[in-house]
Design a protein around this ligand. Structure first.
Ligand SMILES: NC(=O)c1ccc[n+]([C@@H]2O[C@H](COP(=O)([O-])OP(=O)(O)OC[C@H]3O[C@@H](n4cnc5c(N)ncnc54)[C@H](OP(=O)(O)O)[C@@H]3O)[C@@H](O)[C@H]2O)c1
Length: 272
């Protein structure tokens, strides 16, 4: 029996990932705060966990439950996360810290809890869902990008750190994906920066986001779930999987262009 634990399973990429792993024969634990939103997954065979990744006791209880029932976690998908947008100057530090708690510290703490078992068995895969925004950047998104750049750095170090123990670390970099993410990001952006000195820029960024997430533009979450499944089942997974609208071309340009030229592309996209 191969056991997977997926966070952020009540919506979007996490939900699709649970289905993909179930389809591949895994015993899957689906974790999120809104347990009632995961009833259909339970119906399809997932085991549900109530989990708030910012709450240490909640994380400890969840891992204890999985290990108590199965004795192992083979694949951890750290997917829970959200985008809190707005000008750096205007986002209250409390909210910036909250976003780091969810997107970075929650991911890191859960990894700490799962690692002893993986090290002992000398196998396991940790899949960290970053973003194309882990290497790409937008105006009025500095805090979100800071969290995802942090996930990228953390994952790169960890990949090498855990190699001697046979534990693999993979980064997923989704592009624009249809889920609840974009409405949360746009709402925060317009609430925080839609009225003050950054209002003009905020409206432009919100409008680009709206277009990028229109039907037919953004990719389905199943595309990301497919990449996660590939990473989880591969003996030699890639360090990074770029998947979904925009991710490959933008990150390829980011790799080859000097900062000033790449800034020009970002400024052209956002008319900033
Ligand atoms: N959609 C995109 O375009 C896109 C692009 C790049 C990267 N991503 C990344 O992909 C991941 C999944 O996003 P998505 O697009 O599927 O968004 P989504 O539909 O909003 O789903 C986010 C998930 O995270 C969970 N979550 C949020 N805060 C949590 C907390 N404190 N504790 C536990 N779970 C929490 C939510 O569950 P509850 O609220 O029920 O807890 C939900 O299941 C995120 O890390 C996101 O940054 C998304």
């Amino acid at each position: 029996m191969q056991v997977a634990l997926v966070t952020g399973a009540s919506s979007g990429i996490g939900e699709a990932t649970v289905r993909a792993l179930l389809g591949a024969g895994y015993t899957v634990y689906a974790a999120a705060r809104r347990v009632e939103r995961m009833e259909a997954l339970a119906h399809d065979g997932a085991r549900l966990l109530s989990l708030d990744v910012t709450d240490d006791a909640s994380l400890t209880d969840a891992v204890r439950k999985v290990l108590g029932e199965t004795g192992r976690i083979d694949v951890l998908v750290n997917n829970a996360g959200y985008g809190s947008f707005g000008a750096l100057e205007e986002v209250p530090l409390e909210e910036a810290r909250r976003q780091f708690e969810v997107n970075v510290f929650g991911l890191a703490r859960l990894t700490q809890l799962v690692l002893p078992g993986m090290r002992e068995r000398r196998s396991g895969t940790i899949v960290n869902v970053s973003s194309m925004g882990g290497q790409f950047y937008e105006p009025l998104g500095s805090w979100y990008h800071a969290t995802k750049f942090a996930v990228e750095g953390l994952s790169d170090s960890l990949r090498i750190e855990l190699r001697p123990f046979g534990v693999r670390v993979v980064v997923i970099q989704p592009g624009a994906i249809r889920s609840e993410w974009s409405s949360i990001a746009r709402t925060s952006l317009l609430e925080v920066s839609g009225h003050g000195p950054y209002a003009k820029g905020a409206r432009r960024v919100a409008s680009v986001m709206k277009t990028a997430y229109m039907p037919g533009m953004a990719s389905p979450p199943e595309a990301v779930a497919g990449a996660i499944l590939q990473a989880a089942t591969s003996h030699r997974p890639h360090a990074r999987y770029r998947v979904g609208a925009g991710a490959r071309p933008l990150l390829a340009l980011r790799k080859v262009l000097p900062d000033r030229l790449f800034d020009g592309i970002v400024r052209a996209i956002y008319r900033h």
